[in-house]
Design a protein around this ligand. Sequence first.
Ligand code: NAP
Length: 377
Amino acid sequence: MDRKRLVILGSTGSVGRQTLDIVRAFPDAFDVVGLCAGKNLDLFKDQVDEFNPRYINTVASLGIHNGASQIPAEEIASLPEVDIVMGATVGCAGMGPALAAIDAGKTLALANKEVIVMAGEVLVRRASESGATILPVDSEPSAIWQCLEGEETPPAKFIITASGGAFRDRTWESLHDVTPAEALKHPTWTMGAKITVDSASLMNKAFEVIETRWLFDIPYEQIDVLIHRQSIIHSMVEFVDGTVKAHLGPTDMRHPIQYALFYPARYENPTLPRFDPVKTGSLTFEAMDPSLYPCFELTLDYAKRGGTWSAVLAGADEAAVSLFLDGRIRFTEIPDVVASTLAAHSPIMEHSIEDAIQAAAWATEHTLAQHSAGATI
Ligand SMILES: NC(=O)c1ccc[n+]([C@@H]2O[C@H](COP(=O)([O-])OP(=O)(O)OC[C@H]3O[C@@H](n4cnc5c(N)ncnc54)[C@H](OP(=O)(O)O)[C@@H]3O)[C@@H](O)[C@H]2O)c1
């Protein structure tokens, strides 16, 4: 096995920590060249002490630690010696280093879906110009990717599964008083706070549809979403002859992370859970009615319009989720808050990456500014 020189963006987060679990399970397979994170300096220092990266970056000031140099995350992601970058930052902040990795022609294993939501079309074009490869890490696009391996004919349809999130058995109207703690209880996955709230509102599912549209260059009309409560089937691909391939597995992100890190090879990892069909029992599927999920419907409506709309969705949602977690808006206000920012936006249809970055930053600031004053609820 060739030793891969790895950078992890967002190493202190849920995906970042699970990426380091894979590194731990294969001590001879990786050289951790760089680690980047936000503000969790206690955990970050432990990671630096354990994995000895030569380069580090944090949002909160750390300085030199364990001999590692603090340099910009963009520089770390594009260092000539780096083979693969794991993009596991949350939100729009991940764009800079992800773009630097793409422009430097790296292999980018991308969990940070907001980056694709912001500017999927431009990023995919930039990757084809630089020779970079973007590998899916999110479990649904990873499942589609694995179903497509070895196939020569274009797929007829992708079917993305959705657990339904924390409030799957409740109507939208009944969610008026739900607390952040309730929204943070995902029924099947353990993840960071933003994606867990996005899963409860189904915003995350709309983001996955956008991610899938750009990563696989397939029109929105060929992507379906259905409710699958057990989250065992991560997605399906239907082919022109009617054959459907489904990707099954435990709800453990280390599986798609390991697949992306070693692609195309597969290695045995005894630390990962195995799928037991008998214990799982039955699998159920329900049609998803988009009109029951205002975030899902709103997001895809605007994403399909193209231009900078999608970047505004990413920026506005990031702000709306933080306002909800801070107790400044209700859970059921998230779609209204995002819609109000969309209504104030003047889109650029033929847009550059800079336009997308500016649109997302404007949307975040605009959304926060509307709710900065006043009491918490
Ligand atoms: N968790 C999952 O199972 C899962 C599954 C599929 C896709 N994803 C996607 O993967 C991404 C990460 O999700 P997550 O659940 O791992 O999130 P998370 O647990 O909240 O971790 C986010 C990471 O980003 C860092 N970060 C936050 N703000 C930053 C900033 N301004 N600059 C630099 N770094 C910053 C955090 O650093 P500190 O903690 O040090 O502040 C942390 O390392 C998201 O886009 C999510 O949608 C996650």
